[in-house]
Design a protein around this ligand. Structure first.
Ligand code: FAD
Length: 561
């Protein structure tokens, strides 16, 4: 499934696809330490080439991709890459936890979904032979349970009907058109296609590689999308009525915890580009682990980098001294030619000296509470105003109610104001599970005779803690005994930036030999865009080495060396 960068097949917009990005739930358990031997590409090494030393701070999508592409782009230049991460796993915000603490039951805790136009991720899936699944593939898919609805706290603004067997795109589209008319959905699809098409130019010359993100955004023709709120961008493009607030906003909320009055137009379009949404079985982190393996980098997990220092007046003015603190508290100081910071600067607790000409601005991030839990109970129809006995749709997205929608406090708000009276961004039934830990009738350890209990795995996104009392309520229970929650896991993320409209972005070059990937997050915050920036920085570095090598070769030739 390698994607051709030229032949861009853009998303088929259906309501089915709308939900894809949000409700992926894969997982795995974070990897253990993973060290690799250094293997400089030494065969064709020229006598005057010295092995470049590159440090990468962060083993998420950005850092892993930087390592992977640097190894590819380095060509004959020998290079040793060292990746540091404070966490003891590879993947950063792409990580999993194990349901029932069972390693065969991983579930995504962070980034869940990527889509067919995510070239770097899709190509890596193919190269590393990873197994992917469609976003609804693992859903219970029980008879007469609608796949999706949008809830505003008192009523369903939209409900997609159950169709025999499985979701059918034509039906989804028919339902969409029936409810909203053809204009808004069709215009949205067209706008999304043209916006994504512009973005994809950033992968190719002449735009790639780019040393200024602000400039490339302008050159790609995307400033009009980033400089407006989603609301303004949609109105300017003739997309009005309830379709944006019912459905597009449900999508920006589940993906980014933000409403259309705040999030910029480009990220709004990203939320609609959901064609071919998938996740990697076992966890999306496998992509990044594969990249790190392929890069042959040395990986130092559980190791925090505290400072990077360069002495412009010293004997090695271009060399960075990096100080790191290993898992046993050991402090190591080492020299590097290039250092890549692949984490938001504001969360890295990194001291950089000399002082940067432009320190990345601190920007607000969305504090997102992710609550995973299992129970044999179904979601309570009465909580959602449905008759007793009705089944609640598998995925509940949310939007503001009409009163809140009229108020900027909510449409432009953050956190509790953004979520409004509904109180959560989404609740989804990820899959059915069998809980073998609770098998009073048949406590056998034999796989074939164990019966276990049929349960559902749910995931809630909310801006504040989703309390036990709230969990009981949505399960229609009054007590813990009634709720029968057999396993739960809570995580608070600084998930992604509040994507306010903007026209300038943090650049990838911080200083000579000091590079930054996370500026791309206020442009688009996804695994793919972090990977794109990792690839971009790798290419910029490789180009510099190439220029340096040419100069040295010229000098050697001219001096008969
Ligand atoms: C709940 C949630 C859902 C999401 N859903 C999706 C989705 O469905 N699809 C999608 O594409 N994106 C999604 N995202 C966004 C996506 O996860 C991020 O945009 C992307 O993973 C960022 O990757 P990164 O490598 O830039 O940063 P990170 O993944 O944050 O990696 C940075 C790493 O740097 C390390 N680090 C920081 N400072 C130091 C230091 N001083 N020393 C050593 N190590 C350091 C950190 O420990 C971290 O591991 C989601 C995010 C969250 C939280």
């Amino acid at each position: 499934m390698v994607q051709s960068r030229a032949g861009v097949v853009l998303a088929t917009f259906t309501l089915a696809s709308l939900t894809l990005f949000f409700y992926a739930f894969a997982s795995s358990s974070p990897e253990a330490h993973n060290y690799h031997e250094q293997q400089p590409l030494g065969n064709e090494e020229l006598s005057w080439q010295h092995t470049k030393r590159v440090a990468i701070i962060g083993a998420g999508s950005g850092g892993s991709s930087a390592a992977y592409y640097l190894r590819k782009y380095a060509g004959t230049q020998p290079v040793n890459i060292t990746i540091f991460d404070t966490k003891n796993y590879i993947g950063g915000r792409s990580t999993t936890v194990n349901v029932y603490n069972d390693p065969t039951e991983p579930v995504e805790l962070g980034a869940s979904i990527f889509v067919s136009v995510n070239y770097n991720l899709m190509n890596a899936v193919e190269e590393f032979g990873l197994d992917i699944s469609g976003f609804t593939e693992d859903r219970p898919g029980e008879e007469n349970v609608d796949p999706l609805a949008v809830w505003d706290g008192s009523k369903f603004a939209f409900r997609q009907a159950y169709t025999e067997g499985k979701l059918q795109d034509w039906w989804s589209l028919a339902k969409l058109l029936w409810k909203y008319g053809p204009t808004a959905p069709m215009r949205t699809k067209k706008l999304m296609s043209s916006t994504v098409g512009k973005f994809l130019n950033m992968y190719e010359a002449p735009l790639f590689p780019f040393s200024s993100l602000s400039t490339v955004v302008e050159e790609a023709g995307l400033l009009e999308a980033t400089s407006d709120t989603g609301e303004q961008y949609l109105v300017k493009n003739g997309i009005n009525g309830k379709f944006p607030t019912d459905l597009i906003q449900a999508s920006t909320r589940v993906n980014y915890g933000q409403n259309l009055g705040l999030i910029h137009g480009l990220e709004t379009m990203v939320c609609m580009a959901t064609d071919g949404a998938v996740s990697v079985r076992g966890g999306n982190w496998r992509i990044f682990s594969g990249m790190v393996d392929a890069s042959k980098a040395e990986v130092r997990l559980g190791t925090r980098v505290s400072s990077v220092t360069r002495d412009p007046n010293g004997p090695n003015p271009k060399t960075w001294v990096l100080s790191s603190h290993g898992p046993s508290g050991e402090v190591v100081e080492e020299e590097y030619d290039d250092v890549i910071l692949a984490s938001p600067y504001q969360f890295s607790e990194l001291t950089i000296s000399p002082e940067l000409k432009k320190t990345p601005d601190e920007i607000p991030y969305v504090t997102l509470h992710v609550t995973l839990f299992t129970s044999p109970n179904k979601l309570d129809p009465e909580f959602f105003g449905l008759p007793v006995g009705d089944r609640v749709p598998e995925a509940i997205l949310t939007t503001l109610n009409e009163t809140e929608q009229a108020s900027e406090r909510f449409t432009r708000g953050t956190s509790s104001d953004a979520v409004g009276s509904v109180g959560f961004f989404s609740i989804s039934t990820l899959r059915s599970t069998v809980n073998f830990n609770l098998d009073p009738g048949s406590p056998s350890t034999d796989e074939n005779t164990r019966k276990g209990r049929y349960e559902y795995l749910y995931k809630v996104f909310s801006p504040k803690e989703f309390t036990d009392a709230q969990l009981y309520e949505i399960l229609g229970a009054k007590t813990a005994e009634e709720a029968k929650i057999s396993w739960s896991y809570r995580k608070i993320w600084q998930a992604y930036p509040y994507l306010y409209p903007r026209v300038t972005f943090e650049d990838p070059i911080m200083d000579t030999g000091l590079w930054y990937t996370s500026g791309i997050e206020s442009f688009i915050s996804t695994m793919e865009t972090s990977s794109l920036m990792g690839m971009n920085v790798a290419k910029l570095i490789a180009n510099e080495w190439e220029k340096e090598a040419e100069l040295k070769m010229k000098y050697h030739n001219e001096n008969g060396l």
